[in-house]
Design a binder for this molecule. Structure first.
Ligand SMILES: NC(=O)c1ccc[n+]([C@@H]2O[C@H](COP(=O)([O-])OP(=O)(O)OC[C@H]3O[C@@H](n4cnc5c(N)ncnc54)[C@H](OP(=O)(O)O)[C@@H]3O)[C@@H](O)[C@H]2O)c1
Length: 274
């Protein structure tokens, strides 16, 4: 991996999160390049020793920097993907790995624009990648080599955990982990609201809920037990926790989660068709 030249086309929130992870993993700076739209963004990368160019100063910046890269990471908005692929398709090496992070853009769409490129990979990271704890689904084209997939997994492992999936799983992964931070924050918001309603201050509610969540995740990570056992440890028969779980079961929390996932899948299909 260390020897691979990695070029980020579009280096905003997600592109720069992955770029920072790659640097933190020890990848040599001289093996990394980046394009941005604005001159200011490119200058920020250049000041750190990263080869960077802005579209606003050189319209062919994407083609120029992608041309000698082994891994090309597309961090532009989904509506820009086809244009950026068209810009680079005649300049990149035939065995270059082209990795898209764009929501909703299919591998078939990428292949249509660059039929000569076999190593096409679609990914879906999530925002905890910004703090090095993302979860990324990696869906390779059938034509992609094992080495291309391995390098992509290694790249996204540098900002958390990456898992290989098939493209037909990417909508469900997007709903579960891509949108995952929204599920978690929404649930935490409801949880803190009940603490506030029961007389605790905002600071106290935050300590209770955020501390409990962080502590429970650490406990799970460090324990030999799985979630049902750890839950049973705080659920005495006939006790108060049992009433909480019964209430959540009666409200069919699992059915609500399933309905939420289905709604996201329906929306993905609508977006894909439009
Ligand atoms: N953010 C997320 O939570 C998230 C999660 C999963 C997937 N994604 C995917 O990640 C991609 C990027 O999203 P983002 O939130 O990181 O967007 P963003 O912060 O708006 O970043 C976009 C980047 O593209 C640059 N840019 C604009 N036009 C360009 C061009 N023609 N050529 C090269 N660079 C160009 C921008 O330059 P300037 O810096 O100069 O403006 C900026 O660096 C999207 O496809 C999105 O679907 C994002």
């Amino acid at each position: 991996m260390e020897k691979l030249r990695v070029c980020f086309l579009g280096t905003g929130s997600m592109g720069s999160a992955v770029l920072e992870g790659l640097i933190a993993s020890g990848h040599p700076l001289e093996q990394i390049s980046a394009t941005t739209k604005s001159v200011e963004s490119a200058a920020r990368f250049r000041s750190r020793g990263i080869s960077a160019m802005a579209i606003d100063e050189a319209a062919d910046a994407n083609a120029l920097l992608a041309g000698d890269a082994d891994l090309i990471v597309l961090g532009v908005k989904p509506y820009q993907i086809k244009d950026v692929l068209s810009e680079i398709k005649d300049e990149i090496a035939p065995n270059a790995v082209v990795i898209s992070m764009a929501a909703g853009i299919k591998l078939a769409t990428m292949a249509e624009v660059m039929p000569g490129i076999k190593n096409l990979i679609r990914t879906m990271p999530n925002t905890p990648a910004l703090v090095g704890m993302g979860v990324t689904g990696v869906a390779p084209a059938k034509t992609a080599s094992a080495e291309a997939v391995e390098a992509t997994i290694e790249l996204f492992d540098s900002v958390g955990a990456a898992l290989e999936i098939t493209e037909d799983q990417i909508d469900a992964l997007s709903a579960i982990s891509g949108s995952g931070p929204a599920w978690v924050f929404y649930i935490m918001e409801q949880w803190e609201k009940i603490a506030l309603k029961h007389g605790f201050s905002a600071e106290q509610a935050a300590v209770m809920v955020r501390g409990t969540l962080a502590g429970s995740i650490d406990l799970l990570a460090q324990s030999d037990n799985e979630m049902p056992e750890l839950r049973a440890n705080v659920t005495s028969p006939g006790g108060t926790t049992e009433r909480i779980i019964d209430t959540l079961d009666k409200a069919d929390l699992n059915g609500i989660f399933e309905a939420a996932l289905e709604a996201a899948l329906i929306r993905s299909r609508e977006i894909g068709a439009s």
